[in-house]
Design a protein around this ligand. Structure first.
Ligand SMILES: [Zn+2]
Length: 312
């Protein structure tokens, strides 16, 4: 196993397997106020958004099971309410965003997610980039399965906010939801927007770069310019950051498309470093230039590995 592969599993793809090797006793949960009554919690795994108010707490994503007690304690520490976490909304099925489902559900929370999140958590299966980076994603325990699922969208009306989870098809996976807090003017993008460099796109689980571009562009067009953006991983960002990221995805897609038209094989694209002009800014994370070429190529050739992919 290469170091890059190990790092990547920590971020996303095989979070459950990685979780077993990670020492969660050393992880602290950092709480940042984002806007109004919306907070961001960071520990290990994906960012958590929390709506904390007199009706109780709603969280978006829940990192790993061994962190659930620390997350609950950090939420209590915000001090606005001693009411429990009533709802957990999952942005997608990966274990670094859903690992805490079972302990939160056991504590009385109701887990909500898009239909395909539940299907994938229930069965487990392969995840990643075909041939380049494949991983087995184990099934989740029954207690960790979402109890309420939706096809297109769902709204939770609590704390004076209409917390809306909206499904965007075939982006990071085929079960992505972006979660809007319109009153506080905050959005949690899940892994459709990340700040660690080239994004990991789970093509095997029905993801595609085209879906991510569509999601980012729709969000950028509809939300106010000053909306606070919580990425799936990384620090809070602006809508300008989302637009810049989407532009990079379009330009790199065009570069791979052009190479394909010229009859280039994937290995030749890598040898010729066709993404060189973006690598300095985006190629230093866990998804290298070569892995991103694999990702774009697989997105463009419409990989058919995804059994649950659904377009609406
Ligand atoms: Zn993910």
């Amino acid at each position: 196993m290469t170091l890059k592969f190990v790092l990547l599993t920590m971020i996303c793809v095989a979070a459950l397997a990685a979780a077993q090797n990670q020492d969660f006793s050393k992880v602290d949960i950092k709480v940042t106020k984002v806007s109004g009554n919306i907070y961001m919690l960071q520990g290990a795994g994906g960012n958590i958004a929390a709506s904390v108010g007199e009706d109780g707490i709603v969280i978006v994503d829940d990192q790993y099971a061994p962190l659930a007690d620390k997350i609950a304690a950090a939420l209590k520490g915000i001090g606005v309410t001693d009411k429990p976490v009533r709802f957990v909304i999952n942005t997608h099925y990966h274990g670094d965003h859903t690992g805490g489902n079972a302990p939160f559900a056991s504590g009385g929370s109701t887990v909500i997610a898009q239909d395909n999140v539940r299907k994938r958590l229930e069965t487990g299966g392969k995840a990643g980039i075909p041939k380049a980076m494949e991983r087995d994603q184990p099934a989740a325990p029954k207690a960790g399965l979402p109890i309420i699922t939706f096809e297109n969208d769902v709204t939770v009306h609590l704390n004076g906010e209409d917390i809306r989870a909206l499904h965007f098809p075939s982006g990071h996976t085929d079960g992505d939801a972006i979660v809007f807090f319109p009153k506080a003017n905050v959005v949690h993008m899940g892994d459709d927007f990340v700040t660690y460099g080239y994004p990991f796109i789970d093509v095997i689980s029905g993801g595609s770069v085209q879906g991510i571009i569509a999601a980012c562009d729709k969000v950028a067009a509809q939300l106010p310019a000053d909306v606070k953006v919580i990425p799936g991983h990384g620090q809070t960002s602006s809508i300008g950051d989302v637009k810049e990221y989407s532009a990079m995805l379009k330009e790199t897609t065009t570069a791979v498309q052009g190479a394909m038209k010229r009859g280039k094989k994937v290995d030749e694209m890598k040898k010729e470093k066709i993404l060189a002009q973006w690598d300095a800014k985006y190629g230093k994370g866990s998804i290298t230039s070569d892995l991103f070429i694999d990702t774009l190529y697989n997105s463009l050739t419409n990989n058919k590995n995804a059994p649950f992919v659904k377009h609406n």
